[in-house]
Design a protein. Structure first.
Length: 190
């Protein structure tokens, strides 16, 4: 019963988070992400839902541990490697960008460190962490929650990019021409 309640709360949080991101994409005038400021309802809503989603995924992984289809022990090694590599990449992005900009607040355009290889290294790292969590936890509930979180990470750049073009203009456009949205090799020239 507890696992079902945690699952429902987590899924509702993630669906609301995705809905707010979609509002930001489809109607930039009513943008929720990036938020207009730290004391705004948008900031509080996004981070509260994010916290509930992450806490829910962790709780689901514990409560519904090893109840799904992947029984082979190798999942711990593959999942663990993905979890570690994803965290390293995401934390490198966080350290390079800083907590202020990482929380959606205006700062400055960062193009060095992991931002040479991805315009969104924290999201790429978080997605890899979630893939690792899916393997390690081996839980249907965790898998569903992680897939929704991955969808949120995949669509969030589409909410941020118009805002970044607004704030940083040609500098951001040139950066986009050289650097992939998610992950890839640095493009030389231009």
């Amino acid at each position: 019963m507890l696992v079902e309640i945690v699952f429902i709360v987590t899924i509702v949080s993630e669906i609301l988070l995705i809905a707010l991101i979609l509002v930001s994409i489809l109607s930039p005038r009513h943008r929720v992400w990036p938020p207009p400021g730290k004391r705004s309802w948008q900031y509080v809503a996004i981070w509260l839902l994010t916290f509930m989603s992450v806490a829910g995924i962790v709780a689901l992984a514990i409560l519904d541990w090893d109840s799904f289809i992947i029984k082979h022990w190798v999942r711990y090694y593959v999942g663990g490697a993905l979890f570690i590599v994803g965290n390293v990449f995401a934390l490198w992005g966080l350290k390079t960008l800083g907590t202020r900009a990482s929380s959606g607040l205006e700062y400055r355009l960062v193009t060095n460190g992991p931002y040479r290889y991805s315009r969104n290294p924290q999201y790429v790292g978080d997605i890899v962490v979630l893939l690792g969590a899916i393997l390690i936890a081996n839980s249907l509930y965790t898998t569903i929650a992680c897939i929704l979180a991955i969808i949120a990470f995949l669509i969030t750049p589409f909410a941020e990019e118009p805002w970044l073009r607004e704030k940083y203009g040609d500098e951001y456009i040139k950066y986009c021409e050289k650097t992939p949205r998610y992950l890839g090799w640095v493009k030389r020239g231009s």
